[in-house]
Design a protein around this ligand. Structure first.
Ligand code: ADP
Length: 426
């Protein structure tokens, strides 16, 4: 369609310009002929041009036709009212163009006033623009057809070369890096690659998480099932029954804690509307230290709190979870008679929470992984102390929701310090 429109528009324009030029050329030719005849007096009444489209007329100053190269002069009407004749009378030279609809032709006239007052008129008949156009039509149509065929072939080839790499990318999403694409497609392929990696990663994470959850739930359930089976069979002594019941209780407790943490994680995953308020983080930390007093005594660890009132914009429940998790870990992964220092302070451009301990520490290579779900450095200690491996994953979510940053400073066997940098509220 575009090609057809372009060809037609170009054709019309070119023909218009060409025809205008053609008309000017005819008039200028007629003027030359008129001047030649003016110089040759005897040709004026006897010139019969071979070319039938050229016509010579000699007109009396009264408009009476004296001679005409085509018609008989005496049969012709008075020419005094013809524009070119009137113009020649006034200015010495005149020109005109008249169109004849019946034969679809145009007549061009040039009239010259001779020295004796007579008018010499030369005329030429040519095809009109529409006539020329109609004559050119078959060639134009043929050209259009050829162009159309050429276009179909070229556009098929182009479309293929544009679409083929896209199809290849779609077919080989896993080897997207190796797919050869043209430069214009690269940003698109890069975006697809990044999204594909994200989707694959999240699918893998989900798969790992499901496998981990199943494993975490299976262990206590197997022990519950085993001990209850022993009680059921009646072979256990009364003393054993008490012990088995205790184990069942412990495993059930473990199950509950794990399920609670999983639920909490999925709650944090969904974009719920939490209430954010301005609160004193020091006060929250003090509350957590207080409620973990018994736990600290159990592990023979001293917990010290320092700092001052520090206001952050946060969700209170999440801040309690965050502080408790850090302090609880600092106690559980500590040595007997170890210490935990909790500090909350407002610095120049941040509010800082630090929980530092004298415990077993975390090797540098594993410091980033501890925030993954179910990742434990010290597996046996974690399980023995009731850890689910989800505490720091929950902490990471909370930190992200508060647009805060987390920092781990630790070395194996040399204690650990967890620092959270909060933005100061506006
Ligand atoms: P858990 O419930 O097992 O404590 P967390 O998600 O709270 O799980 O922590 C992940 C792992 O990071 C723990 O299993 C532990 O190995 C390590 N860890 C966390 N806090 C400390 C700490 N203060 N000192 C040493 N290791 C720690």
């Amino acid at each position: 369609m575009v090609t057809l429109i372009t060809i037609s528009a170009t054709l019309l324009l070119v023909m218009g310009v060409f025809y205008r030029h053609y008309e000017m050329q005819i008039t200028s030719d007629l003027k030359i002929v008129a001047h030649i005849l003016q110089e040759n007096m005897d040709l004026q009444t006897g010139y019969l041009p071979e070319d039938e489209s050229l016509r010579v007329t000699l007109i009396d100053p009264d408009g009476i036709v004296l001679f005409d190269s085509i018609s008989k002069a005496e049969e012709m009407d008075n020419h005094a009212n013809r524009i070119e004749v009137q113009e020649a009378m006034l200015h010495g030279i005149g020109e005109a163009k008249r169109h004849s609809d019946s034969i679809n032709q145009s007549n061009y006239y040039v009239a010259l006033k001779l020295d004796d007052g007579k008018i010499l008129r030369v005329a030429r008949t040519t095809n009109s623009l529409t006539n020329i156009f109609v004559q050119a039509m078959p060639v134009v149509l043929l050209l259009c057809l050829l162009e159309l065929i050429g276009l179909i072939i070229v556009s098929r080839f182009l479309t293929k070369s544009i679409i083929h790499p896209i199809e290849e990318v779609a077919d080989q999403l896993d080897d997207i890096d190796e797919t050869q694409v043209y430069p214009e497609l690269k940003p698109f392929v890069n975006t697809i690659r990044i999204w594909h990696e994200k989707v694959m990663n999240s699918a893998k994470l989900r798969q790992d998480f499901t496998a981990n959850v199943t494993h975490e739930l299976k262990t206590p359930l197997t022990s519950i099932s085993g001990y209850s089976e022993l009680i059921e069979s009646g072979i256990a002594s009364e003393e054993d029954v008490v012990h088995f019941a205790h184990e069942i209780h412990r495993s059930a407790q473990r199950l509950l804690i794990t399920i609670n943490d999983i639920l909490r994680l999925s709650e944090l995953d969904s974009d719920g509307e939490e209430l954010f308020e301005k609160l004193d983080l020091y006060e929250v930390a003090a509350g957590c230290v207080d409620s973990l007093k018994m736990q600290a005594q159990k592990y023979d660890v001293k917990v010290m709190l320092s700092g001052s009132k520090s206001i952050v914009k946060a969700n209170r429940e999440m801040m309690v979870e965050l502080c408790s998790n850090f302090i609880d870990n600092a106690i559980r992964y500590n040595h007997p008679q170890g210490s935990v220092w909790v500090n909350v302070s407002t610095l120049q451009d941040e509010v800082r929470l630090s929980v530092k301990d004298t415990g077993i520490g975390i090797p540098l290579s594993q410091q980033q992984r501890i925030f993954e779900r179910f990742y434990r450095v010290d597996k046996s200690r974690s399980k023995a102390t009731g850890g689910t491996g989800l505490g720091l994953a929950i902490v990471k979510h909370i930190v992200m929701k508060h647009h805060a940053a987390i920092e781990v400073i630790s070395e194996q066997d040399r204690g650990c310090e967890m620092i959270v940098h909060f933005n100061k509220p506006q």
